[in-house]
Design a protein around this ligand. Structure first.
Ligand code: NAD
Length: 490
C-alpha cells in the first residue's frame, strides 16, 4: 500500500511491513513504512496547500463535505470490505463504523455554524471587539488499528473543515481504508495536498511530532503511546490531544433487568472481538446479581457464531494479529493461577485454518491486583468483579487508572442519577453499555484514557483545530487623537 501525497499515490523504495488478512492468517499485501524524509515531503505538500485551502470559501468547503458524505455512504460496502479484509471485524460492524464516522462528516458539513466568531459592539465608547476562528496550520492525525475508518473520519474531517491541511498516519496493520478515504475526498473536490496519508511506524510518527511545520497532533491509541505522543508534541510546541486505552466497567444493580443486562454485556464485551476502546471488559455485579447473571451469559455465549467476517453468519471475527491472539489468550490461561475462575474458556475453541481466531471467555471472581483486571486486554474476555454494595462499585471504578466509558444498569432513577454525578469517567451510559456520544457532542475519556483537555470530534474539535483571534476596533476622528502613556481605560 502506497502513501497518498499531494493528490496522488506515492510509492517508492523503502522499508515495508506485512499486512495480514486476520481471517486466513496469510499476508495479503505490503505496506510502505515512511522514512522521516517521506514524511517531510508530505508535510511540505500540506504546508504548500495551506494558504489556498485556508482562503477557500466556507460554502465550497461545506459542499465538499456533503459530496464526500454521499460518496462514502453510497460506497460503504466497498469500504467495509476493505476494513474487514485487513481488520477482521464482521462486515456489518465495519459498515457500522463507517456510519458512525459519517455522523461527523455530517456535523462538519454545518461548518459555517461551527466556524462562526463573536462580536461585541461598544465594548468601550466607540470600540468594538470581535473574535474569529482561524486554522492552526498543518495537523498530524495518528490513528489506531481498531477503527481504520471511523477514527480517521473523526479527526481529518473536522481539521479540514476548519481550514487546516492534514497528514494522516493510519495504523500500519490495516492501512488501506485511509487511502480509500483520501481518494474519496479528492473525488469530492478536495484540492491536492490538503489531505495526505503516510504509512509507517515510530520513525514516521517521530518526524510528525518534531517537524516544526506541524502545528497540532491528534492521536488515538494505547495509553503508553498516547502519553509519549502528548509529551513529545508538547516539548516541540504543538497543541495535542492524545486518547489512550480503556478498561470499561458495567455495573449491574440488583434491581436491573437481568436479561437486558446480559444481552448488553454480551454485545458490548464481544462485539468486534472486544477490540473497541468502548468495549465493556469488566462486569461489576452488586449484591446477589452475579450467579443469575452468569447463567444468562453462559446461555448466550453458547449461541455465538465466530468466523470469517465476510460470512454473514459470523457475529465475531478474528483478532488483528497472531501476537494479539497470544497476548489475549495469555490473560485467560493465566487467570486461574491468580485466583480467578474461568467460567468459559475461549482459548479451547477450535477453528479451521491459520486465522487469528479465539473463542469468547468469561472470568469470574476477578479482583484488582490480577493482570486480567489491571491491564487492558483488548480482546473478547469479560471479567466479573463481585462487590457487595453500590459504594464499593463506585470506589472500584474511581480508583482505576482508565476512565474512558462506564455503564450502570438499574431501574432506579435515583441510583442512576447519583452514579452519573459521582463516577469519575468521561462517558457514562445509563442502561446503555457503549455510550459513544452522537456527533453533536464530543468524545473523550478522563485520566489515562486522554492526555490533553479537548475531546475529539463535534464542537470541541472545532476548538482544537482553530485558533481564536481577537480584534479590537476603533474609528476615532483625527481630532480625538492624543498621546497617553497610561494604561488604556474605557
Ligand atoms: P497503538 O498505540 O499500538 O498504535 C496507535 C498508533 O500509534 C498507530 O498509528 C501506530 O503506528 C502508532 N505507534 C505505535 N507504536 C508507536 C511508537 N512506539 N511510537 C510512535 N507511534 C507508535 O494502538 P493500537 O494497537 O493500534 O490500537 C489499540 C489501542 O487504541 C487500545 O489501547 C485502545 O483502547 C486504544 N483506542 C482508544 C480509543 C479512545 O477513544 N480512547 C479509541 C480507539 C482505540
Amino acid at each position: 500500500m502506497e502513501h497518498f501525497i499531494d493528490g496522488k499515490r506515492h510509492g517508492g523504495p523503502g522499508r515495508t511491513a506485512d499486512v495480514y488478512n486476520p481471517a486466513t492468517g496469510q499476508v495479503a499485501k505490503q505496506v510502505l513504512l515512511a522514512s522521516a524524509e517521506d514524511v517531510a515531503t508530505a508535510v511540505e505538500a500540506a504546508e504548500l496547500a495551506l494558504p489556498g485551502w485556508r482562503a477557500t470559501g466556507l460554502s465550497k468547503r461545506s459542499a465538499i463535505m456533503f459530496k464526500v458524505e454521499n460518496i462514502i455512504r453510497e460506497r460503504t460496502p466497498e469500504l467495509a470490505a476493505i476494513i474487514t479484509a485487513e481488520h477482521g471485524k464482521v462486515l456489518s460492524d465495519a459498515a457500522g463504523e463507517v456510519a458512525r464516522g459519517l455522523e461527523n462528516v455530517q456535523f462538519c458539513a454545518g461548518l459555517m455554524h461551527h466556524m462562526k466568531g463573536e462580536f461585541l459592539e461598544q465594548a468601550a465608547t466607540g470600540v468594538d471587539v470581535h473574535q474569529t476562528r482561524q486554522p492552526v496550520g498543518v495537523v498530524a492525525c495518528i490513528t489506531p488499528f481498531n477503527f481504520p475508518a471511523m477514527v480517521p473520519l473523526w479527526m481529518i474531517t473536522t481539521a479540514i473543515a476548519a481550514g487546516n491541511t492534514v497528514i494522516l498516519k493510519p495504523s500500519e496493520r490495516d492501512p488501506s481504508a485511509a487511502v480509500w478515504i483520501a481518494e474519496a475526498f479528492a473525488e469530492a473536490g478536495l484540492p491536492p495536498g490538503v489531505l495526505n496519508v503516510v504509512h509507517g511506524d515510530k520513525e514516521a510518527v517521530d518526524e510528525l511530532l518534531t517537524n516544526p511545520l506541524v502545528k497540532a497532533v491528534s492521536f488515538v491509541g494505547s495509553t503508553p503511546i498516547a502519553k509519549y505522543i502528548y509529551e513529545t508534541s508538547a516539548q516541540h510546541g504543538k497543541r495535542v490531544q492524545a486518547l489512550g486505552g480503556a478498561k470499561n466497567h458495567m455495573v449491574v444493580m440488583p434491581d436491573a433487568d437481568l436479561d437486558g443486562a446480559a444481552d448488553a454485556a454480551i454485545s458490548a464485551a464481544y462485539g468486534s472481538a472486544g477490540e473497541r476502546c468502548m468495549a465493556v471488559s469488566v462486569l461489576v455485579t452488586v449484591g446477589d446479581v452475579a450467579d443469575p447473571l452468569i447463567e444468562r451469559l453462559k446461555e448466550r455465549i453458547a449461541k455465538l457464531t465466530i468466523g470469517d467476517g465476510t460470512d454473514p453468519a459470523s457475529e465475531m471475527g478474528p483478532l488483528i494479529t497472531r501476537a494479539a491472539l497470544d497476548r489475549v489468550n495469555g490473560y485467560v490461561t493465566g487467570a486461574e493461577a491468580e485466583g480467578a475462575t474461568v467460567v468459559v474458556d475461549g482459548t479451547q475453541q477450535e477453528f479451521d485454518g491459520e486465522g487469528f481466531f479465539t473463542g469468547v471467555s468469561l472470568l469470574d471472581h476477578v479482583r484488582p491486583g490480577m493482570k486480567a483486571y489491571d491491564e487492558e486486554i483488548f480482546g473478547p474476555v469479560l471479567s466479573v468483579v463481585r462487590v457487595d454494595t453500590y459504594e464499593e462499585a463506585v470506589r472500584l471504578i474511581n480508583t482505576n487508572q482508565f476512565a474512558n466509558g462506564v455503564a450502570v444498569f438499574t431501574r432506579d432513577g435515583k441510583t442512576a442519577r447519583q452514579f452519573e454525578f459521582e463516577i469519575e469517567v468521561g462517558m457514562v451510559g445509563v442502561n446503555v453499555p457503549i455510550p459513544v456520544p452522537i456527533g453533536a457532542f464530543s468524545f473523550g475519556g478522563w485520566k489515562n484514557s486522554l492526555f490533553g483537555d479537548t475531546h475529539m470530534y463535534g464542537p470541541e474539535a472545532f476548538n482544537f483545530y482553530t485558533r481564536r483571534k481577537l480584534v479590537t476596533t476603533r474609528w476615532p476622528e483625527p481630532s480625538e487623537s492624543q498621546i497617553n502613556l497610561g494604561f488604556p481605560t474605557h
